[in-house]
Design a protein around this ligand. Structure first.
Ligand SMILES: Nc1ncnc2c1ncn2[C@@H]1O[C@H](COP(=O)(O)OP(=O)(O)OP(=O)(O)O)[C@@H](O)[C@H]1O
Length: 263
């Protein structure tokens, strides 16, 4: 797998086994708070992610997960707390500036540009990674190949099925050359076989390129198969964190999902 976060080719390739190389976190989130008028949507969330890790952020509906992503990605500024990428603060940066620090993200509601081709959608992402159009096109094609969309590259994006639109959303984010990929419910609505295929793609990316991944996911099949660590939040507050198999047995986690079908 040739994908690299650095257009010069000297990036993060070479890490093996998806394990962090150093103890210093790639991403640090500490004491995050976000209020929307009277609602405290996020209330003291802290976690860190080492380079090469795959971490899942889970919690019931409305727990504040997407709001945490939106603060990391520069959509909302936190009311309190720190967000650092490789030791540098992200607070106050615009989404495009956050992207340039090496953070790519997908959106829960996938909204590709419908009237341009699949490849052009990915090219837009790749042009954030490099201004060299030929290099960007090569990267776009590599990413499309990786995600199984190569044979659909000339199709208009609006004609894609939901699983293909999800893949395109991931492709656009990957094309920006992230060191850290934030995935917001990319498995929702996929059949088990499609979920397994996507999980395998992310496992390979993590293993072979050292890509660090934080995923918000309700599909526990994917969380269990992909993540090395799980952070649980509920009503904006931290509940616990740990290995996936420990977290799913934790009474505090089971309690916060009571009344919900998921988990
Ligand atoms: N822009 C906003 N304005 C007002 N309230 C908001 C806004 N964004 C989120 N909220 C509220 O903040 C709370 C947390 O929402 P958020 O989308 O972060 O939860 P979530 O854990 O991602 O949920 P889900 O799993 O259902 O996607 C919810 O009560 C939501 O209604």
């Amino acid at each position: 797998m040739a994908l690299d976060s650095d257009p010069s080719g000297a990036g993060t390739r070479g890490r093996r086994g998806g394990r962090p190389l150093s103890a210093a976190p790639l991403l640090l989130v500490e004491g995050l708070v976000k209020n929307f008028r009277g609602l405290r949507a996020v209330d003291g969330v802290s976690f860190s992610v080492a380079a090469g890790e795959v971490v899942a952020l889970i919690g019931p509906n409305g727990a504040g997960k997407t709001t945490v992503f939106n603060m990391i990605a520069g959509v909302f500024e936190p009311d309190e707390g720190r967000i650092e990428m490789e030791g540098a603060s992200l607070v106050g940066l615009r989404p495009d500036q956050v992207c340039r620090t090496g953070i790519g993200r997908t959106f829960q509601l996938v909204k590709p540009f419908g009237n341009i081709s699949v490849e052009e959608n990915v090219l837009i992402g790749a042009l954030r990674w490099t201004h060299d159009v030929d290099q960007a096109r090569r990267r776009a094609r590599e990413v499309l190949e990786l995600l199984g969309l190569a044979d659909k590259r000339r199709q208009m994006a609006r004609g894609l099925t939901l699983p293909d639109r999800k893949c395109l959303e991931v492709a656009r984010a990957l094309a920006t050359g992230p060191k850290l990929l934030l995935l917001d419910e990319v498995m929702a609505g996929l059949r088990p076989a499609e979920t397994d295929r996507m999980v395998e793609t992310f496992r390979r990316l993590n293993r072979e390129t050292g890509l660090t991944i934080v995923l918000i996911e309700h599909v526990m099949r994917a969380v269990m198969a992909l993540s090395q660590r799980v952070v649980v939040i509920n009503t904006g507050k931290p509940v616990c964190e740990g290995a996936p198999e420990e977290v799913v047995r934790d009474p505090r986690v089971l309690e916060c999902y009571l009344g919900q079908e998921k988990l």
